[in-house]
Design a protein around this ligand. Structure first.
Ligand SMILES: [Ca+2]
Length: 195
């Protein structure tokens, strides 16, 4: 069950990362005896944050999650948690043991400011703040007349179009003047012949 969930958590951000402009970043929060460093994580959608347990006290575990109703557990509706995070693990004998937890914010529905809880096995609690901002590269279009990235190329192309039009116009005007001049000369010559 956990293996499947973990695989899902790893696959989803890869898929959503392909469709967005923002390069996903992973932030690291160090979980200590009585605090986290940093205490607050500011992320953009598609980023992830990993909590690593550096509290080396024996038999003390941390569990980070969302305690919506504030009753001191993560078992109620829409609540979730990391499961107990240990300082050290004996993975040979306990494959489910964890020392860290990575949380992927891979959907715009995650945008908002969250207060999570780190509930320690000794009954104490550390407040955990995570702020998720929207990816402005996706949401906001540039104003009319401006361009993304390759502005130079477009401007050069525009410049070339303009100068070629001007050359054509000059050519037409010159041709027109020559024809007018030729016709005038012919007209004058005809008048002189008649008189
Ligand atoms: Ca609860």
């Amino acid at each position: 069950m956990r293996g499947g969930l973990l695989a899902l958590l790893l696959v989803i951000p890869l898929m959503s990362g392909l469709a967005s402009a923002h390069e996903p970043e992973r932030f690291t929060v160090i979980v200590r005896e009585d605090t986290h460093s940093p205490l607050e994580a500011n992320l953009i959608v598609n980023d992830s944050v990993q909590y690593l347990n550096y509290d080396s006290r024996e038999n003390i575990t941390h569990e980070i999650g969302l305690d919506l109703n504030g009753d001191g557990d993560f078992n109620d509706t829409d609540e979730f948690s990391s499961g107990p995070l240990h300082y050290e693990c004996d993975w040979v004998n306990d494959t489910d043991c964890r020392t860290g937890w990575t949380f992927f914010f891979n959907d715009t529905s995650f945008v908002g400011n969250y207060i999570l809880s780190d509930l320690l096995s000794d009954g104490t609690e550390i407040e955990v703040r995570v702020n998720i901002a929207a990816d402005i590269h996706i949401e906001v279009m540039p104003p009319m007349g401006e361009c993304f990235g390759d502005c130079e190329d477009e401007e050069t192309e525009e410049e070339m179009k303009r100068s070629s039009q001007t050359d054509l116009q000059k050519g037409l005007m010159l041709a027109g003047m020559m024809m007018f001049g030729g016709a005038s000369a012919l007209f004058v010559a005809m008048l002189m012949q008649r008189s």
